[in-house]
Structures are given as structure tokens and as C-alpha cells.
Design a protein around this ligand. Structure first.
Ligand code: NAD
Length: 446
């Protein structure tokens, strides 16, 4: 009988990945392309198993599993593969301030070993899109899936070593203890997605080693609905974004700011949209999600008391089901307005108009997104110039994640740094100038 090998300790694992990184192989375009291609094959060859794991963890429908997780990540990888060669070309730089005859270019240098820590709400996408970005930038990676989505974590831990070289990516499963042990090690970059409390723990641990971090956090993303917008279309797009994944999306609209007249019409239209999307009994709809665990279920149910329930409100602890819910008459200081909701509850806070909506937003933490629906020309400009957020989207909440060309990230309490496409390459590289000064300058030496 062969003895079972002892599990690799974090220190050994990182030493192995660092040694692989030092061979210089991950720097080559061929290595990067090969890893990305294999990662894409994993997603394409195990779509069914991944969709089943997503259903087991979060009751995600097949179409949502494809749109927001599996197909989403494949599209990101395709975008990286299509553009990587061009992005990696050294950029010649003019250096008129240097001695005559000097030449310079700027190149992306891999950082080394990257730690990616993922959350549970999009457990495939939010692990693999950063991993793809780190590989595209020529790094080796330790990937830590969330223990709160155990089916996805176990599946990815089994599949990744079958597709990617063990010198490219190592998966470490586990919760607080395992992540704490990882964080004690020195990485060359840490990419963390999750809540701000743990974000602070990650940043503190990183500071010990002067390791740069990207923190993709959350917060309360407001939606301003202006007087005079088309409420039927607004409600459809708002409800689609808010109730996808039962509200457990970092960029989900958190609450609505609107005037009292618009609020009344909007509630009626949201009720219509919800019926169209999930029928009159959303608990029977395969496309409607569940709250990930009882801790979060109890937390969200407690928030239902913060206003008058004008839609939904039904909940069932055994099935971790909370109906798509709208709360009216919500006070600015009520519990539902004090924390990120991260569930299918949409409070409406009444404000007289755009001036007060802007002040309301600016009185609070900088959100991951600000959303606006307006038919007036000056309002988009005012929201863009007078508020600060990870992103601003007019007309379709959550559309900012659809295109890998846009940087995605927060600001202040909602995070630091950004990624996706070329922005991932920048996040996981060092931008290095390479300057060559001739020994016999042809002009005056500065
Ligand atoms: P989570 O509980 O899965 O935690 C995230 C990761 O942190 C996990 O891998 C977990 O193991 C690790 N972790 C937890 N406690 C830790 C500790 N004490 N020390 C070290 N590591 C620890 O996910 P979550 O935080 O509940 O995720 C939800 C939050 O994430 C929300 O605030 C949401 O807005 C935010 N989020 C942000 C984005 C984004 O892209 N900006 C995306 C998704 C979620």
C-alpha cells in the first residue's frame, strides 16, 4: 500500500509556485495562452457539472449559470486570448528628457505568485475571472474558493488540477483558518472579493509583506429614478437586476431614491415585472434563487421590518426562500438602510428630486455602483460629476459587467483597484520602463 502523501503546507506550496515563476516560463505568451485555453476547456467540458453545483449551492437556473458564471467566464477568457499578444507588445516611449540617443519602452512584468480569494455569490465567475487575469499576466496562482458555496468549491478543487499545470495554479479549499494560514505567507499580489470587514483583514496581512492588493468589495448601490422616466421599462430592468440570484449580487441595485408620485407608479410596475419574470408564485419558479444559508436568511428577514411591505414579503426558512419584496415608507436611518441588503428586498426612499438624491448618496459610503433612470439631459452629467462610485450606469443596472472592455472595481468602502480584460493585465503586472542610455551620448548629458 502506498502511504497517503501529507497535504502540502502553504509555505511549501507557495515555494513551489514561486520556483515555477522564477523559471521564466510563465512569462512566455505560449505558456499564458496554453493555461487560458485549458481553463476554457475546463468550463466547456464540465458545463453540466458546474451548473449542477451552482444549483446545489444557490438554486441558480441553468440560464443564469451560463449567463453569469460559465459562459461569462468563457467570454472573458476569449477576450484575453484575442488581445493578449497585442497588449503585451512593449510600448515604445519617447524620452526627450534623457541624454540624446536614449531609447525606451514600457513592458508589463509579471508579479510572481498571486493569491485569489473568492466569495460564494458567483462562485465560479469570481474565482476564475481573476485567475484568468493573473495567468494572462504571466503569474502563478493560489486560488481559494469560498467555503460558503461548498459544491462549487469541491468541484473546482477537483477539476482545476486536471486541466492546469500544478506549477500554474494550486487550489486551497477552506474557511477562515485556511485563509488565515495563506495570508501569513508572502504573495506578490492578493486579489480579494468579498465584504469589507474581511477586506480589512486581508489588507492588514498584506501590509506585513508590502504586498499590493485589489479589494473587490460591496456596499449599497443606489438607483435614482427621475420623474418622467418610462416606468414600465425602468421597472423591468430594475427588477431583473435586483432579483437575479435572489439579490445576492455585489452590483445589485440596493435601494431606490425617487419622488413620492414616481414611487407609487414604480411599485405597480415592479409588481408586474416580477409576475412576468417569476409568475405569481416565485417559489415555484426554477429561475428564482435561494438565500445561500440560514445566517444570511435570518439577517435579510430581519430587514423586512424596516418599511411597509408593498410587494412580496413571504419567506420560508426551511427552503431559504424570500419572495421578491419591495418596501415603501422607508426611513433613511432604518436598519435596511444601514447595511448592504444582499437579498431580494428593495427599499424605496422618497426624496423630492435629483438634488436631494445626490446629497443622500454623498452623505454615505462611496458605493460600488450608482444607477440612474432619467429622461432629462442634464441628470446623467450631474450624477457623473457630482457623485463618486465604482461605476455609473444609466438605463440598465448591472450592464457594466457585460463587457470585458470596461474596468470593474470599487472606490473607498466599495474597494480598491479594478480588473477585467486589459485592466486585469494591468492589475496583475508591474508596468516597467526599460531605458537604454548610450555610453557616448550624442548630445548634452542631463
Ligand atoms: P464569503 O463569506 O465567501 O467571504 C469571502 C472570502 O473571504 C471567502 O473565500 C472566505 O473564506 C474568506 N474569509 C471569510 N472570513 C475570513 C477571515 N476572517 N479571514 C480571512 N478570510 C476570510 O463572502 P462574503 O464576504 O459574504 O461576500 C459577500 C460580500 O462580497 C458582499 O459585501 C458583496 O457585495 C461583496 N462582493 C463584491 C464583489 C465585487 O466584485 N466587488 C463581488 C461579489 C461580492
Amino acid at each position: 500500500m502506498h502511504p497517503v502523501p501529507a497535504p502540502e503546507q502553504p509555505g511549501e506550496l507557495i515555494a513551489r509556485l514561486r520556483a515555477a515563476s522564477r523559471t521564466g516560463r510563465p512569462r512566455s505568451l505560449e505558456w499564458r495562452t496554453e493555461q487560458l485555453t485549458r481553463l476554457r476547456s475546463l468550463l466547456q467540458e464540465h458545463t453540466d457539472a458546474l451548473a449542477e453545483a451552482l444549483f446545489a449551492d444557490l438554486h441558480k437556473s441553468r440560464s443564469e449559470a451560463h449567463a453569469a458564471e460559465i459562459g461569462f467566464t468563457v467570454r472573458e477568457i476569449d477576450h484575453l486570448l484575442e488581445n493578449l499578444e497585442e497588449w503585451l507588445r512593449p510600448q515604445p516611449a519617447a524620452v526627450p528628457g534623457c541624454p540624446a540617443g536614449s531609447t525606451a519602452y514600457v513592458q508589463y512584468d509579471p508579479l510572481g505568485v498571486v493569491l485569489v480569494i473568492a466569495p460564494w455569490n458567483y462562485p465560479v465567475q469570481l474565482l476564475l475571472v481573476p485567475v484568468a487575469g493573473a495567468l494572462a499576466a504571466g503569474n502563478t496562482v493560489v486560488a481559494k474558493p469560498s467555503e460558503v458555496a461548498p459544491a462549487c468549491s469541491a468541484l473546482l478543487a477537483r477539476l482545476i488540477p486536471q486541466y492546469l499545470s500544478r506549477d500554474a495554479v494550486a487550489v486551497v479549499e477552506g474557511g477562515v483558518a485556511e485563509t488565515t494560514a495563506l495570508l501569513a505567507q508572502r504573495f506578490d499580489h492578493i486579489f480579494y472579493t468579498g465584504n469589507g470587514t474581511v477586506g480589512r483583514i486581508v489588507m492588514r496581512a498584506a501590509a506585513e509583506h508590502l504586498t499590493p492588493v485589489t479589494l473587490e468589495l460591496g456596499g449599497k448601490s443606489p438607483v435614482f429614478v427621475d420623474r418622467g422616466t418610462n416606468l414600465a421599462d425602468t421597472a423591468t430592468r430594475l427588477a431583473r437586476a435586483k432579483f437575479a440570484n435572489a439579490g445576492q449580487t455585489c452590483v445589485a441595485p440596493d435601494y431606490v431614491l425617487t419622488d413620492p408620485d414616481t414611487a407609487r407608479g414604480l411599485v405597480a410596475e415592479i409588481a408586474r415585472s416580477v409576475r412576468r419574470m417569476f409568475g405569481s408564485e416565485p417559489e415555484l419558479a426554477r429561475g428564482y434563487g435561494r438565500i445561500v444559508n440560514l445566517h444570511h436568511f435570518d439577517r435579510v428577514v430581519r430587514l423586512l421590518g424596516s418599511g411597509r411591505i408593498v410587494l412580496g414579503g413571504r419567506h420560508d426558512r426551511e427552503n431559504r426562500y424570500i419572495a421578491p419584496t419591495v418596501l415603501a415608507d422607508v426611513a433613511a436611518e432604518s436598519p435596511v438602510m444601514r447595511e448592504e441588503i444582499f437579498g431580494p428586498v428593495l427599499p424605496i426612499v422618497e426624496v423630492p428630486g435629483v438634488d436631494q438624491a445626490i446629497s443622500f448618496i454623498n452623505d454615505r459610503d462611496k458605493p460600488l455602483a450608482v444607477y440612474g433612470f432619467t429622461a432629462r439631459e442634464e441628470v446623467p452629467r450631474r450624477l457623473a460629476e457630482e457623485t463618486t462610485s465604482g461605476g455609473l450606469v444609466l438605463g440598465m443596472p448591472m450592464a457594466q459587467v457585460l463587457d470585458p472592455g470596461l474596468p470593474f472595481g470599487g472606490v473607498g468602502e466599495s474597494g480598491t483597484g479594478s480588473y477585467r480584460g486589459a485592466h486585469s493585465l494591468a492589475a496583475f503586472s508591474h508596468l516597467k520602463p526599460v531605458l537604454d542610455v548610450p555610453m557616448r551620448p550624442t548630445g548634452p548629458v542631463g
